[in-house]
Write a protein that binds this ligand. Structure first.
Ligand SMILES: Cc1ncc(COP(=O)(O)O)c(C=O)c1O
Length: 392
């Protein structure tokens, strides 16, 4: 294997920029011995609430737990159905299954990779039945939730989803795991702040990453925030050893909260730098006639924070191996759409049920993306891509 010239993940440069502040904040927690909840977690929750301009942020153990806890706090469980995207990280759908509800899918938009709002409206109006004000899914479950994903950092059609949720009496839960700081054009607000619940992940490579697992749920309603906190803290309500429901232990670690608090002021400049990298890719890919004709570039839509820069290309696996041979690391998000995942085999989908999700999983290729990616590195990726694509 050749030397790696451009890594896909490289957190060194971020550490050089914020490492001292992060280590000082962690040291403070270590000296305080307040490892579970306590002031570091409260301070981060408040800082994030100010940043997102929302009343309540509840820190939890991961983005996956954020989705699960939002749904159980909304009362979603066995006998219910929740609609989501078939083209996402598995947690978007596995969190639904974990509540006891059944995940349903409709297809994505080819252009954005996000849940298609027209297909969603059609599914709710034509495939479901209304009985006594409730929406019944084709399998008989009651549709309680709508869970769109802001995939790769690009805001989905969240305002349309909000209208659909309100029209059909559904709980809107946003999977904003990849989209912290993504502003929704025209609305002047961030992804994750439109639904009854907005769920974020602080997985280390996310645009705001911890030094381990972490996540949070944003709620607009105080009672929702309290229900969620209670579920995430063993179902304790008031008296510390009185448990009103069988909850879970899912708390944002104090050490992680300290790391995140030190990084939070950098999120906007980092997102702007990611966008500048995306613009550089776009310019170089468009300037080469062969690449312009064969590599489909993501649109530079307003608000997109480019957690990933994902192009589409035919013969994706050959292109990926060719890039690896040139020392360029890439990733495939996601090689298997959710309806085809073995863990959802009981949902009985056929491979072609969601053709756009299927096509995306065959063609998508994530190129290296991070705020610190230098111009020469972007140029090296694009020229290697030119050689590999041109060699077919
Ligand atoms: C779209 C999406 N949803 C949910 C999650 C789950 O987050 P976590 O890894 O923090 O559990 C992730 C993170 O990987 C994600 O990308």
């Amino acid at each position: 294997m050749p030397d790696v010239r451009v890594r896909f993940v490289d957190l060194q440069a971020q550490d050089a920029a914020v490492g001292d502040a992060v280590r000082a904040a962690v040291d403070e927690v270590l000296q305080s011995h307040a490892f579970v909840l306590g002031p570091a977690v409260a301070a981060f929750e408040q800082a994030l609430a100010r940043y997102l301009d929302v009343p309540h942020v509840v820190g939890v153990g991961s983005g996956t737990d954020a989705l699960y806890l939002a749904m159980v706090a909304a009362g979603i469980g066995a006998g219910d159905a929740v609609l989501t995207s078939p083209f996402s990280f598995v947690a978007s759908a596995s969190a639904i299954a974990r509540t006891g509800a059944r995940p349903y899918f409709v297809d994505i938009e080819a252009e954005s990779f996000n849940l298609d709002p027209t297909a969603t409206a059609r599914w709710l109006r034509e495939d479901c039945r209304r009985v006594g004000g409730l929406v019944h899914a084709p399998g008989g479950e009651i549709v309680r939730g709508l869970l769109p994903v802001h995939l790769f950092g690009r805001p989905c059609a969240i305002e349309v989803f909000r209208e659909l949720a309100s029209e059909h009496g559904l709980v809107l839960i946003e999977d904003a795991a990849q989209a912290i700081g993504a502003r929704v054009a025209g609305a002047g607000r961030s992804a994750g702040t439109f639904g009854r619940f907005g769920c974020f992940s602080f997985y280390p490579t996310k645009n705001l990453g911890a030094a381990g697992d972490g996540g949070c749920v944003v709620c607009l309603d105080e009672a929702d925030a309290a229900a969620l906190r209670m579920r995430a803290r063993h179902g304790v309500d008031g008296d510390p050893y009185r448990h009103v429901v069988a909850g879970v232990a899912s708390r944002l670690d104090a050490v992680q909260a300290a790391v995140l608090g030190a990084k939070l002021p950098h999120v906007d400049p980092w997102n702007a730098a990611r966008r500048a990298v995306a613009e550089r890719y776009d310019t170089l890919l468009a300037a080469d006639p062969t690449l312009a004709a064969t590599v489909r570039r993501p649109a530079l839509t307003p608000g997109h924070v480019f957690h990933h820069y994902v192009v589409r290309v035919r013969e994706r696996d050959r292109v990926r191996s060719g890039l690896a041979a040139e020392g360029i690391e890439t990733q495939v998000y996601y090689p298997i759409p959710l309806h085809a995942q073995p863990c959802f085999a009981t949902l009985d989908h056929r491979p072609q049920d969601f053709p756009e999700a299927d096509r995306a999983s065959r063609e998508c290729l994530a190129l290296p993306m991070r705020p610190e990616l230098a111009d020469e590195q972007v140029a090296a990726v694009v020229s290697a891509l030119g050689r590999v694509v041109g060699a077919s």
